[in-house]
Write a protein of this length. Structure first.
Ligand SMILES: O=C(O)C1=C[C@@H](OP(=O)(O)O)[C@@H](O)[C@H](O)C1
Ligand SMILES: C=C(OP(=O)(O)O)C(=O)O
Length: 409
């Protein structure tokens, strides 16, 4: 096993960080570009492995597409290869084959596609045989499992001969990711009629227009720098994060609002956003349904600053790169904190703070966000992060950036 030893940071830094660009925006732009016949110009595509995998698989003529551990790549490509009637075997890491895809595949089959599960029904690997005749343009989709199924269907919708009308049912999680999809589709010249009250999404048959499209820096990756500033000991500490916009497509820009309560002020500059320390609140509650990927960052900040916090809207965390609820429960204990389930699946608390003496050695569960969320503990003391290479999924240069503010061995 490899691990990194992060030495305690001095707590005083004034850095400019060029973040990785958003893998969510990149992976949508890549699908939309493919649907323009690869005629668009995409600027600032992410170096994230999830995006590099998408690029590779869109170019590949091989029979099998292995998405590794990239959720969007799996879901978006499954819809894309179906809509373009491209026979493919879709597979991924063992964990990817435990992440459900049945809702998307049922929807594609209802539209008329022929898709076969190769192992366990409802999960990858699966084989897309083809799609010739659209049987219907009406779909009913649950909104409470993953928004990625909905984004995947929306992006192919204008290319379907009859278009598509989606009726969403139940609670809808990760809504900003659906609106990100809609706004990017609009940038490629296509209209979506969204009625959030009626929970309907309607797309008529339309043609995508090739465009020049600029991808923004990654707000999810920005969250770890908010955490570094929040936990830093010196009041003059500052970080400027480059390439972020106030008017972002990314729901994870909510980190700027969240951190007003947890000790960081954001000021937009001509190049990005400047983070500075301010006093933190004594308690905290937040619903993460719109920004599930921020949960780990915030849970670690609460534990590190000993702020009692109530977290809701985190149901989807159990089916991500790992069961993130369980992973947090295990690892927060190493810094004398607990993540307690107070209402089954609905409400959690970061609480029961105790002193700890050992240098925390954090397991990362093949989950980039476990490594990056716990790294800011270097502001409190030494910390060991196991399997640090996991960050490559979304932010390959993360450790190079961390080296600007602390020593890593
Ligand atoms: O569409 C996207 O780009 C994403 C949607 C979210 O997933 P869910 O919709 O499954 O919550 C998020 O967690 C993931 O990192 C990226
Ligand atoms: C959940 C994530 O990604 P995906 O679902 O695309 O694998 C993530 O990046 O935190």
């Amino acid at each position: 096993m490899t691990s990194y030893f992060l030495h305690k940071s001095s707590g005083l830094f004034n850095e400019r960080i060029a973040l990785a660009s958003s893998k969510s925006e990149s992976n949508r732009a890549l699908i939309l570009n493919a649907l323009t016949g690869f005629k668009s110009e995409l600027k600032n595509l992410s170096s994230a492995r999830d995006t590099q995998t998408m690029i590779r698989l869109l170019q590949s003529t091989e029979e099998t597409a292995d998405v590794l551990d990239a959720g969007t790549t799996m879901r978006f490509l499954t819809a894309f290869f179906t809509a373009t009637n491209t026979p493919k075997i879709m597979t991924g890491t063992p964990r990817m084959c435990e992440r459900p895809i049945g809702i998307l595949i049922d929807a594609l089959k209802t539209l008329g596609a022929e898709i076969e599960y190769l192992e366990k029904p409802g999960y990858p690997p699966h084989k897309i045989h083809g799609f010739t005749d659209q049987k219907t343009n009406q779909l009913e989709i649950r909104g409470d499992v993953s928004s990625q199924y909905i984004s995947a269907l929306l992006m192919i919708a204008p290319t379907l001969p009859q278009g598509l009308e989606i009726q969403l049912t139940g609670e809808i999680g990760s809504i900003p990711y659906i609106t990100m999809t809609i706004r990017q589709m609009e940038a490629f010249g296509v209209k979506v009629e969204a009625d959030w009250k009626a929970k309907t999404l309607k797309v008529k048959p339309q043609t995508y227009t090739p465009v020049t499209y600029q991808i923004e820096s990654d707000w999810s990756g920005a969250s770890y720098w908010y955490s570094m500033v929040a936990l830093a000991s010196h009041p003059e500490t500052k970080i400027e994060l480059l390439g972020l916009k106030l008017n972002s497509l990314q729901g994870d820009s909510a980190i700027a609002d969240i951190m007003v309560h947890l000790g960081v002020k954001s000021t937009f500059t001509k190049d990005g956003v400047l983070l500075e320390k301010i006093p933190a609140a004594k308690d905290f509650r937040w619903n993460f349904s719109d920004c599930p990927d921020l949960t780990q960052t915030v849970a670690v900040i609460l534990a590190a600053l000993r702020i009692e916090g109530e977290l809701t809207g985190i149901e989807s965390l159990k089916i991500k790169e790992t069961d993130r609820v369980l992973a947090l429960q295990n690892e927060l204990k190493k810094i004398g904190a607990e993540l307690v389930e107070v209402e089954k699946n609905l409400k959690y608390k970061v609480t029961n703070f105790k002193a700890y003496t050992e240098i925390p050695q954090i397991a990362t569960y093949d989950d980039h966000r476990m490594a990056m969320a716990f790294a800011p503990l270097c502001q409190l003391g030494d910390v060991i992060i196991e399997e640090p290479g996991v960050v490559a999924k979304s932010y390959p240069s993360f450790w190079d950036d961390v080296k600007k503010i602390t020593e890593i061995k």
